[in-house]
Design a protein around this ligand. Structure first.
Ligand SMILES: [Mg+2]
Length: 227
């Protein structure tokens, strides 16, 4: 490994049409109550989101309840995998970008995502984007409430696994929200903002992204920046 790419998932690589429905069902499974207030999802970590959602509904947050909630989300994605494929999609250029980087020797690709690991795997597998990704060294939304911590952890885990020091300028976070960009900056690695989520290109530039792309179909620009 001499370069590391840390991919965000939602609205960067894929749009999953039924994420909110599965989240809502998981809330009811974990609490026995209907969800009344949907949180603002973009760029946030599942642990943070679930804690906030429980608190807003007056439900005490315990490790047991978080585990039940996460378990219900995982089974939701597994049970409704066909529906995820039908109603969601891989975003333009995602497959090509992953494939182009996978073809370069020394590039390791993993995820830093708000999703918990089994959901991250389920989402990318649904659209057959999983193969270039080393999920073992990724950062996931159940591990912390702060995204920069996930970037730092994935960076460290990749170096440990592959037995190589990789300089910060050879590490790139790719994401669709200012949260992704801020996390990269906090760790001192580079970032690409992709304007396929709710944040505009201007907002990603303002957040400090080193490169901003309208979408991943700009494969050549992405490749040139990473390499
Ligand atoms: Mg995202």
């Amino acid at each position: 490994m001499d370069r590391l790419v840390l991919w965000d998932i939602d609205r960067t690589l894929v749009a999953v049409g039924i994420g909110r429905e599965i989240y809502t069902a998981a809330f009811t499974a974990a609490t026995g109550r209907p969800l009344e207030v949907l949180p603002d999802f973009g760029g946030r970590l599942d642990r943070d989101l679930v804690q906030e959602t429980l608190t807003v509904h007056g439900v005490p947050v315990t490790e047991q309840r978080l585990a039940t909630f996460f378990g219900a989300m995982v089974s939701g994605y597994h049970r409704r995998a066909a529906e995820v494929r039908r109603r969601g999609r891989a975003l333009a250029g995602a497959r090509e970008a992953l494939g182009a980087l996978a073809a370069v020797a020394g590039v390791v690709q993993t995820v830093v995502t708000g999703n918990i690991r089994p959901v991250a795997v389920a989402k990318l597998t649904a659209f057959e984007l999983h193969e270039p990704i080393d999920f073992e060294v990724g950062g996931y939304g159940c591990q912390d409430r702060v995204r920069a911590t996930l970037v730092r952890r994935a960076y460290q885990q990749a170096q440990d696994k592959y037995g190589r020091r990789v300089a910060t300028e050879r590490v790139v976070v790719v994401g669709d929200t200012p949260y992704d960009i801020a996390a990269a900056r906090a760790v001192g690695v580079r970032s690409i903002g992709v304007a396929t989520g709710s944040a505009s290109a201007a907002a990603l530039t303002a957040a400090g992204a080193d490169l901003v792309l309208a979408d991943l179909a700009k494969t050549a620009a992405l490749l040139e920046f990473v390499l």
